[in-house]
Design a protein around this ligand. Structure first.
Ligand code: ADP
Length: 342
């Protein structure tokens, strides 16, 4: 095979491919391989491939052993990259190393594992409490009506916590499944905000919080799923009441944005502002991760599942909108969503 044919052949392979020829020199590589290794044709492969795993595999195959799969990690400044490769002998030509970046796949697998571990942990805590109280009610507290009532109260609280967790998990998976489908109906954000505030007024009053709604007149309707937007507003206002109660008031502001730079067009903004203790800046970027809580004890005590803002983020993404959280420790927090009008 002449060089031209080999080069055409390499160019047809979509993933990075390197051909190591006589004297262990890199004879040829395709464009994807050049993007990773640089233009290294002609040099000894050890000059550009340094990780022990691919080096050992190339050495073995160059020495005449059968080819095979190999996996290695390249430590980078920001993050590591994980590669999966195959080394193969091509009679008369040399040895090929083909590889692909599997970091994202591995990361997705890690996230799935973490998620399952988190869900199991979150369910196990109330379940353990329930089992413990059932046992106590059968034994020590059998004939003690006072204890029975108290324990039943705790059992109810734990069962409700599990119920909320399962409901949030279901709604998260529904939202994720629909994330690529844009809503087709149009919704009146001011109307939805008013009804969410009406639902939460009782909870707010019980926590000593005054709720106010301030809306610019004549706001345009936006493409949206009314149930999902209601859930977003509910989660944000409920959080502001739960965590910002010390500020005494929670305000919801709606306004029109003539030209939003990221949405590249007009939008409607809904901001939920509280004057409570606020959130330390270091937590802000992680708030929308599943089960991320600033203070897990406090969140659990308030009946939180740690999924509220993850649900908000997915719904806002589905609507091609933006979510922004600002906060100053000691002064309060501001969560804003902006939904496109078009
Ligand atoms: P949770 O069910 O724990 O409330 P969320 O996903 O809704 O879960 O929120 C994640 C975390 O973000 C909360 O545990 C809380 O620590 C923090 N948080 C959310 N909203 C506010 C707020 N308005 N003020 C202070 N902290 C907040």
């Amino acid at each position: 095979m002449d060089d031209r044919t080999i080069s055409d052949f390499l160019a047809a392979v979509p993933m990075p491919m390197v051909l190591v020829g006589p004297e262990a020199r890199i004879q040829m590589l395709n464009a994807p391989a050049r993007a990773v290794l640089g233009d290294c044709a002609g040099v000894h492969y050890l000059t550009v491939i340094r990780q022990p795993e691919p080096v050992a595999a190339l050495e073995r195959v160059l020495a005449g052993t059968e080819g095979g799969a190999v996996r290695w990690r390249v430590t980078g400044p920001g993050r590591d990259t994980i590669y999966r490769g195959t080394v193969a002998r091509v009679a008369g030509l040399g040895v090929t190393l083909t590889f692909e970046d599997i970091s994202e796949l591995e990361q997705a697998a890690d996230m799935r594992r973490d998620f399952v571990a988190n869900v199991s942990h979150e369910l196990r805590t109330p379940l353990t409490a329930l089992l413990g109280f059932i046992e106590t009610l059968r034994g020590a507290a059998k004939d003690d009506p006072g204890a029975r009532d108290r324990f039943l109260g705790i059992m109810e609280r734990e069962a409700l916590r599990m119920n909320r967790l399962v409901a949030d998990l279901l709604s998260l998976s529904r939202v994720e499944a629909e994330e690529r489908v844009r809503p087709t109906t149009r919704v009146d954000l001011a109307g939805l905000a008013a009804s969410v505030l009406a639902t939460l007024r009782g909870v707010a009053e019980a926590g000593g919080v005054v709720l106010t709604l301030e809306s610019e007149p004549g706001l345009p309707f936006v493409p949206g799923d009314a149930d999902q937007i209601t859930q977003v507003l509910h989660n944000l206002v409920e959080n502001a009441i739960k965590y910002g109660a010390s500020g005494g008031r929670v305000e919801v502001h709606l306004r029109r944005i003539a030209q939003h730079p990221q949405l590249r067009g007009p939008g409607v903004s809904v901001a939920v502002v509280d004057h409570g203790e606020g959130i330390d800046a270091l937590h802000l970027p992680r708030l929308t991760e599943r089960f991320y809580r600033v203070d897990s004890h406090r969140s659990r005590e308030k009946g939180g599942t740690g999924l509220g803002l993850a649900i908000v983020k997915h719904i806002v993404n589905r609507h091609r909108g933006r979510l922004k959280a600002d906060s100053e420790k000691g002064k309060g927090s501001r969560f804003e969503i902006v939904l496109p009008v078009q």
